[in-house]
Design a protein around this ligand. Structure first.
Ligand code: PXP
Length: 243
């Protein structure tokens, strides 16, 4: 099975919000991404609603017929939202409200109790849970003890170091993924993945189930168009592919 491509459409909302109208329309974009081959749609509603708004998440509920993945810090308002929407997956990220984008994984040892309660609450609602983690095998056992189904590996460091030395860049991710597989956790990955670094990750990271990609994919769509771009990203997720 090839890893699924979940398109993060936050940037579409950022563009829309720049002018105050409904262009581009995030619901239409989600429908089109799926039509063009995306196997999931990801959104990250933040408390200040600077890109995806809570109202977008309600509007997207009936438009997403692939896998709906909602990311965010599990505040009470976030948890109430996802309990109403009941997406296939919630990805828990530890980012404080003021940060520009997610910039760290969970410390699953310090926050074990909180994460465990949160995961149990989401499971009561039949929602699969993924926990955003740095590439640190020491954090995996904590994640497993929280009862999570999956981890999402935070790939910013991989992406940053890939050009210099891909093998070095991916090493801590392989160690962390192997630990996750031992703990019977599923593996997702995301952040700063793009057309140049995605295939190497797909080939070398054991057990990769899903990637969520936003920024680079939307930037590439300016040049290649959304449909071509989604197909280009999907081709990087095939094991053997000449491109
Ligand atoms: N995963 C998480 C937890 C994120 O916060 C983001 C950015 O919203 C992504 C994946 C996607 O990152 P990018 O936009 O760099 O592809």
């Amino acid at each position: 099975m090839n890893p699924k491509l979940s398109v993060n459409i936050n940037k579409i909302a950022t563009l829309r919000n720049a002018r105050g109208g409904n262009n581009p329309d995030v619901v239409k974009t989600a429908i089109d991404c799926q039509r063009f081959g995306a196997e999931g749609i990801t959104v990250h509603p933040r408390p200040d609603e600077r890109h995806i708004r809570y109202s977008d998440v309600y509007a997207l509920k009936s438009a997403v017929h692939t896998e709906f993945n909602i990311e965010g810090y599990p505040s009470e308002s976030f948890l109430k939202l996802v309990e109403e929407i009941k997406p296939e997956q919630v990805t828990l990220v530890p980012d404080p409200p003021e940060v520009l984008t997610s910039n760290n994984g969970w410390d699953t040892l310090t926050h074990l109790h909180f994460l465990k309660e949160t995961v149990a609450r989401l499971h009561e609602n039949q929602i699969r849970v993924s926990i955003f983690l740095n590439p640190d095998p020491a954090m995996v056992e904590g994640a497993a003890n929280c009862g999570t189904d999956r981890i999402e590996l935070y790939t910013e460091h991989y992406a940053k170091n890939y050009a210099q030395n891909p093998a070095d860049a991916i090493r801590p991710y392989i160690l962390t993924a192997n630990e996750a597989l031992q703990c019977k956790l599923g593996i997702n990955a995301g952040h700063d993945l793009d057309l140049t670094n995605l295939h190497y990750l797909r080939i070398h990271l054991p057990g990769l189930l899903e990637v969520s990609i936003g920024h680079a994919l939307v930037c590439d769509a300016l040049y290649f168009g959304l449909e071509n771009t989604i197909q280009m990203y999907k081709s990087r997720l095939l094991r053997d592919m000449n491109f």
